[in-house]
Design a protein around this ligand. Structure first.
Ligand code: DQA
Length: 140
């Protein structure tokens, strides 16, 4: 199975950004471990701080891959464009968040992704991504 993790703005700073919330590991360190841990899937990683680049990537992979694992970060709460892209593509999208967004500020409670996501996994730290991968390996 061909899966891609798409990360949105500021997630390139994982490991140095608000480490009390997001942890000490960089995403590339984490990505290396999950690539080895789940050899049964082909895993790609894309990150951008730019809304349109995230939309371009969702469109590019969204009709051919087996799954998209999307952490749109702050754009989750603001981007009708990314929400529409998720709706437009045929590949299932699992929305993930590192933190429990519902335990945080009210503006993080709204998601433009969730209504069209296959499912949502949040609050488990970086393990949220692993649970998303597992949902594609072992679909219910
Ligand atoms: C986040 C939660 C968002 O509210 C925030 O803007 C992020 C990261 C998370 O993974 O917990 O940048 O998506």
């Amino acid at each position: 199975k061909k899966l891609i993790i798409i990360n949105g703005p500021n997630l390139n700073l994982l490991g140095k950004r608000e480490t009390n919330i997001y942890g000490n590991l960089t995403f590339t360190e984490f990505f290396d471990t999950i690539v080895k841990k789940y050899p049964e899937v082909s895993l790609e990683y894309f990150q951008s701080n730019i809304e349109g680049e995230l939309i371009d990537k969702i469109q590019e992979v969204g009709f051919s891959y087996d799954g998209i694992i999307l952490n749109a970060a702050a754009y989750t709460h603001t981007s009708i464009g990314i929400g529409d892209a998720v709706k437009a593509v045929t590949v299932p999208v699992v929305e993930v968040h590192i933190s429990n967004t519902f335990a945080r500020e009210k503006f993080r409670h709204k998601s433009f992704i969730s209504p069209n996501a296959r499912g949502v996994i949040l609050g488990f730290g970086l393990q949220s991504y692993e649970l998303a991968i597992q949902s594609f390996i072992n679909p219910s």
